[in-house]
Design a protein. Structure first.
Length: 107
């Protein structure tokens, strides 16, 4: 950014985007941004060996470059939905989604 240029008010930094994505700056999402006993656990375990996360700032890598392939494990409401990059029953899920899309005229 040039010295005399104003910052675009619609743009946010990687850190600000991360705060929103993790619920710390998104009160409407209802997330507290923390794990605590008795609270529903929603979290991801990431692979730090992927190129987009192995060098530089982790937040910037997550916000600007990381793809779904960087996710190893996904847990929602304390229930693992994906482990080691594999979604259990993925074929069944895709078949149901395809059938519902057909019924809606989307496929």
């Amino acid at each position: 950014m040039q010295k005399n240029e104003a910052r675009d008010p619609a743009a946010i930094s990687a850190g600000e985007a991360w705060e929103v994505a993790t619920g710390r700056q998104a009160p409407l999402l209802g997330a507290s941004g923390r794990l605590a006993p008795g609270e529903p656990a929603d979290f991801l375990l990431l692979r730090t060996d992927v190129p987009e996360l192995s060098l530089g700032d982790l937040e910037a890598g997550l916000v600007y470059s990381a793809a779904g392939s960087a996710v190893d494990t996904c847990v929602v409401a304390g229930r693992p939905l994906m482990r080691n990059g594999v979604v259990a029953d993925a074929e069944e899920i895709l078949a149901k989604a395809t059938e519902r899309a057909r019924r809606l005229g989307l496929a």
